[in-house]
Design a protein around this ligand. Structure first.
Ligand code: IFP
Length: 218
């Protein structure tokens, strides 16, 4: 689904589900289908970690999940793997600070959505200048989903970026649940992104719905 401007992207980032085959014991396609039914507004395919799929298997799973997103008109974002994103014409990519420089990725992907992980205003300044469309900021709370996560920052980092005048769409990430999702929005984020709060729940649809409630009535 094509996003044309910051505000449409802002809305799409409300409940941003991230998953790869290692994040669930069930079939990823079933989990994603149920999560979208529960109100997920954006999806990131993040196939990473020891034992994650590679090559043909990774490509096939990406296409399967992309099809589910296309049917539901949910943006399909690929984490790190720019070549895969281009090969399947994903809606966008998300990159970290250790990946390819933002400006080079922007050259490769043209007008697709470009998300960048940022941890401080220095990284935010350069990310913005080099063409990021949104920031992933965190880890806000302790996370089990990323073994090399940076230091836990709390919502302060979101408040800081907003007080320094960053108006770019921001999603908080890291240990976010239905219990703390509202605080992340209150701090100035446009949305929350989650992995295990949905992918490890027996009922992804209900988990997504509860997360949605937590960011609308907080
Ligand atoms: C490390 C990450 C940080 N933020 C995000 C997102 F939520 F999409 F912004 N995705 C990641 N993979």
């Amino acid at each position: 689904m094509k996003i044309t401007n910051h505000d449409r992207l802002r809305n799409a980032l409300a409940l941003y589900f991230i998953m790869g085959s290692l994040n669930t014991k069930r079939r990823p396609s079933e989990v994603l289908t149920e999560a979208i039914r529960g109100g997920v507004t954006c999806f990131q395919f993040r196939e990473k970690g020891r034992g994650s799929l590679v090559g043909e298997e990774k490509y096939t799973l990406a296409e399967e999940l992309q099809f589910i997103c296309q049917k539901a008109e949910v943006p399909f974002i690929v984490n790190d793997d720019i070549d895969l994103a281009l090969a399947i014409n994903a809606d966008g990519v998300h990159i970290g600070q250790e990946d390819e420089p933002v400006n080079l990725v922007r050259e490769k992907i043209g007008s697709k959505i470009l998300g960048v992980s940022v941890h401080n205003s220095t990284e935010a300044n350069s990310g913005l200048r080099m063409g990021a469309d949104y920031f992933g900021v965190g880890p806000i709370y302790p996370t089990q989903s990323k073994d090399d996560a940076n230091q836990v920052q709390g919502v302060k980092i979101i408040q800081e970026l907003r007080s320094k005048g960053f108006t770019i769409p921001i999603v908080g990430i890291g240990g976010i649940t239905a219990n703390n999702g509202g605080d992340v929005i209150k701090a100035g984020a446009d949305g929350i992104s989650v992995i295990s709060a949905i992918s490890l729940d027996a009922n992804p649809e209900a988990a997504a719905a509860n997360l949605k409630v937590s960011i609308t009535n907080y």
